[in-house]
Each structure stands twice: as structure tokens, then as C-alpha cells.
Design a binder for this molecule. Structure first.
Ligand code: NAP
Length: 454
């Protein structure tokens, strides 16, 4: 299927779109470049007003936009509406703080005056995934536009209506035409687009192969790139933890977005002495989950977003079991139309089971037992990824060891890993590099210009 809306809950092809031709892509780039030359002159106050009005439109239209998200990628409607609200929050955050984050910074040197000035780069290409089709885009767009850049969005092929709706909201809010455009284009054309001199940098959220491919194109053309890739986040539970809260959080985090979340807790790593009790708490919580129509308010998990994601997760579950692991809950598709998979919990995963080191992008939790804190940290780090991590313990010495010992872009102690406009977000190892959100997020796509005056 090319660029299309296919309802994941039914398999129905709702709408198909023609991919842009090379000529059409080139003319959108020209529009973006012309827009940048004007837009870079606008004041922070003006950009801030436009971002505030994006936030107001998102909030006023959250039910319609949320329904579009659910239609295209299958998350529950309540989660989709919450996602739109969070986009409004990130717009407000940068509207209120962007000017301060990008103010000139004085630095003492041998000059009579020396300082840093942050200036926009130009057109930034954003290659985005379908799993949070609004949030992933706005967490890039809000700081990038506030800094004076313009954006071109190449969204995932299964969320074209979300892509167009986002561009429309930004336009409606008053941003000049061409400042933010959605390109309905094939991913095979991204590398060629990176060779265009007017594209100054790129950001990609998605899989490792897509990230590597964009990084190659960026490298060839000497352009900056930010990559937010996969993860297999550990959730470590030690004996002093509040087990009930840890188990509730583990299941909430794992099942959010039907398991298709990069920072979901995917591996539960539990100390031997409390593992039986923790396993029972998990099973109780799993059995309470309601899988069904994502439009209904009582539904906890809808379908997976595409038949391919369903096939991938099913294949991984079968592979891990073939290597000796044991299913505690679920472990199969649901016998109904749409891309439904049962919430699944798996244990007895041997250290040498290679599938245990993969990312499971669906409602599948892996439960590991370990002897002590050192073994927990070693297992947490035994993955190619380093995105999020969380650990549950009330012992301050253990907390400090976990904070220092885990190789990841963040460590959350006694809480669920989440993105927050105020907190930098990103990974290490094969989870990518660069940061979004917070102060670092707005500094990724600017020229850090040094000024020296005698
Ligand atoms: P994907 O296939 O990599 O798709 C993501 C985007 O990249 C889409 O727009 C896709 O376009 C495009 N793309 C694919 N191949 C490309 C290529 N060779 N060159 C340029 N662009 C290309 O990602 P996915 O598998 O659907 O998404 C799931 C992955 O994203 C998971 O690994 C997940 O952990 C990760 N993710 C990470 C974060 C984070 O913040 N770190 C957040 C969300 C998801 P098409 O749809 O047209 O192919």
C-alpha cells in the first residue's frame, strides 16, 4: 500500500493519495526557501503569537483531530485527544520560553564584547513516524519554527491525513504560507532531497534502518541530523520498591499506544526475592486490560497500526518461545478483523536468547529475574539501545548506582518514563543522537554564532 489511510481496526482502505512527483517536491522546496527568507526576519514576539494560536486551534479542534489519529493508526480516541492536548502544551512552552532560550549569551574573552547569537538555519526536513503522528511532529516543529526555521514534513505513509491536518493547523494559526508544509512523498526520495542545498538539516524519528539511511545522506551532504530511533527500555524493580505502583506503571507503560511507544518499558527486570509477587501483580493487571474498538471510551488497547507491525510482533513472540522462553499471558493474535494482538507477558528468557535483546513494538512485556542490583544494571545495558529507563527502589544508594550505571538517555526513579516539553529527550547507542524538547531541543537547529567585537 502506498500513501493511504487504512483503518487498522477494520482493514478498510479509507483514502489513497498520489505521491508527489520530483517536480512537485522541488516546487515545495522553492516555496519553503522563499518563505524562510521572509520568515527569518520576524520577531520572537510574532512567532510566539502564532504558536499560541496553534495551541488554541489544537485545543478547540482536539476531538476531530483525535478521531483522525485513531482512524489512521488505531490508538484509542482518549489517548489521541490527549496527544493533541500535549501538542498544544509544547507549542505554549516554546511560545513562552523560546525568546529566553535563544537570547544572546555574553562570554568573557579578550574582546571588548563577545557573545553567542543563535540564528536559524533554514529549511529543516522532518521524517516522522506514525505512532504519535501529531506529537512527534509538534515536538520538532514548535522549537524549530520558534527559532526562525521553516519545516518540511515527510510523514509516515499511513498517516497522510494527519500530515495534511498539521500543516493546515499551522497555516490557520497565521504562520506565513510555506513556513510549514507536508510533502506526501515516498521515503525512497528522501536521500535525493537531502542533496538539495536549500535543505540545511534533518530530523528523523523511526527505525534504525531509516535513521541509518538518512544519516548516510546527511553525511554525504555534510548536514546535521538528529535521530530518535528505537528502544528496549528496562524497568528495574528492587526489593525496597512499592511493588504495586511499579507493577501498575510497568503495565501502563508497556500497553500505552498498544505497545508502539519508543520509551515504553519493554523489559521488566526484577530482583529474585520479589519476582514471584511481582509476576502475580503483573498477571492481575494484564487480565484487566480491555482490547477492542479504539473509538470506545472503555477500551485500553486498540489494534496495532499496520498488518506488518502485527506480523512482526507475532513472529518475534514465536521466535523467543522457540528459543526457550515461556508465555505467561496472551501470545497470539485476536480472532477478529483488524490488526489485533493479545496483551502478552513472557518469562524464562535465557541470557543467550537473541530475541530478548530486540525491540518489541507491540503489547508484549518481557519479565526477567536477577540476583541483585549489579546483575540488573548489566542486563539493562545488554541491548543495542539506550533510550529510556526506569528503576524502582526506595534506597538512595541504589538510586545513585542506577542513575550512574544505566546507559540510556534518561533514568526515571520510581516513575514512568515520559516525554515532557521541559525535559530533554533522546537516546544513546543505537537509539540515536541529538536531543528534542527543553533547552537543548531548540538549540539543535540553530547556528551558534560567535561574535567578537573590539
Ligand atoms: P520507519 O519505518 O523507520 O518509519 C519512520 C519514518 O521514516 C516514516 O516517515 C518512513 O516513511 C520513513 N522512512 C522509512 N525508511 C526510510 C528511508 N530509508 N529513508 C528515509 N525515510 C525513511 O519506522 P517505523 O518502524 O514505522 O516506526 C517504529 C520505530 O520508530 C520503532 O523502532 C520505534 O522505537 C521508533 N520510534 C522512536 C521514537 C523516539 O523518539 N526515539 C519515537 C517513536 C518511534 P514511510 O512510512 O513512507 O516508509
Amino acid at each position: 500500500m502506498g500513501i493511504a489511510t487504512v483503518n487498522p481496526a477494520t482493514g478498510e482502505v479509507v483514502k489513497t493519495f498520489e505521491a508527489l512527483s520530483d517536480g512537485e517536491i522541488a516546487s515545495q522546496v522553492a516555496i519553503a526557501q522563499a518563505a524562510f527568507l521572509q520568515y527569518r526576519q520576524t520577531s520572537f514576539e510574532q512567532r510566539s503569537q502564532w504558536l499560541q494560536s496553534v495551541a488554541a486551534i489544537l485545543e478547540a479542534d482536539k476531538n476531530r483531530l483525535g478521531a483522525l489519529i485513531t482512524l489512521e493508526m488505531g490508538k484509542t480516541l482518549k489517548a489521541a485527544i490527549a496527544e493533541v492536548e500535549k501538542c498544544a502544551a509544547v507549542c505554549r512552552y516554546y511560545a513562552e520560553n523560546g525568546k529566553k532560550f535563544l537570547a544572546d549569551e555574553a562570554i568573557a574573552s579578550d574582546a571588548s564584547q563577545s557573545f553567542i547569537r543563535y540564528q536559524p538555519l533554514g529549511i529543516i526536513l522532518a521524517v516522522m513516524p506514525w505512532n504519535f503522528p501529531f506529537w512527534q511532529v509538534f515536538r520538532f516543529a514548535a522549537p524549530a519554527l520558534m527559532a526562525g526555521n521553516v519545516g518540511l514534513l515527510k510523514h509516515a505513509s499511513n498517516v497522510p491525513q494527519c500530515a495534511l491536518a498539521i500543516a493546515e493547523v499551522i497555516q490557520q494559526a497565521g504562520f506565513p504560507a510555506g513556513v510549514f508544509q507536508a510533502l506526501l512523498m515516498e521515503s525512497s526520495k528522501v536521500a535525493a532531497l537531502m542533496a538539495d542545498d536549500r535543505i540545511k538539516a534533518a530530523t528523523l524519528t523511526g527505525s534504525e534502518p531509516a535513521g541509518a539511511s538518512l544519516a548516510v545522506a546527511a553525511g554525504k551532504n555534510i548536514k546535521k541530523v538528529v535521530l530518535e530511533l528505537g528502544g528496549s527500555d528496562p524497568l528495574i524493580v528492587l526489593p525496597s520498591a512499592d511493588l504495586q505502583s511499579a507493577a501498575t506503571t510497568a503495565v501502563t507503560s508497556r500497553m500505552l499506544n498498544c505497545g508502539q511507544t519508543c520509551i515504553s518499558a519493554k523489559r521488566f527486570i526484577v530482583a529474585n526475592t520479589i519476582a514471584d509477587e511481582f509476576e502475580e501483580l503483573l498477571i492481575t493487571q494484564y487480565n484487566q486490560l480491555k482490547v477492542g474498538d479504539p473509538m470506545l471510551p472503555e477500551t485500553d488497547l486498540g489494534p496495532l497500526s499496520t498488518p506488518k507491525i502485527l506480523e512482526d510482533i507475532d513472529r518475534q513472540v514465536q521466535a523467543i518461545v522457540q528459543q526457550g522462553a515461556r508465555i505467561l499471558v496472551g501470545g497470539a493474535r485476536l480472532d477478529r478483523p483488524g490488526n489485533y494482538y493479545k496483551p502478552t507477558l513472557i518469562t524464562d528468557i535465557a541470557a543467550e536468547n537473541p530475541v530478548g535483546r530486540e525491540e518489541f513494538f507491540g503489547p508484549v512485556g518481557l519479565l526477567f529475574r536477577v540476583a541483585d542490583l549489579d546483575a540488573a544494571i548489566a542486563l539493562a545495558n545488554n541491548t543495542p539501545f539506550g533510550l529510556g529507563s526506569s528503576a524502582w527502589t526506595n534506597d538512595p544508594i541504589e538510586q545513585e548506582q542506577l542513575i550512574n550505571g544505566i546507559d540510556a538517555g534518561c533514568v526515571f526513579i520510581n516513575g514512568m518514563v515520559k516525554s515532557d516539553p521541559r525535559l530533554p529527550f533522546g537516546g544513546t547507542k543505537r537509539s540515536g543522537f541529538g536531543r528534542e524538547l527543553g533547552v537543548p531541543g531548540i538549540h539543535e537547529f540553530v547556528n551558534i554564532k560567535t561574535i567578537w567585537v573590539r
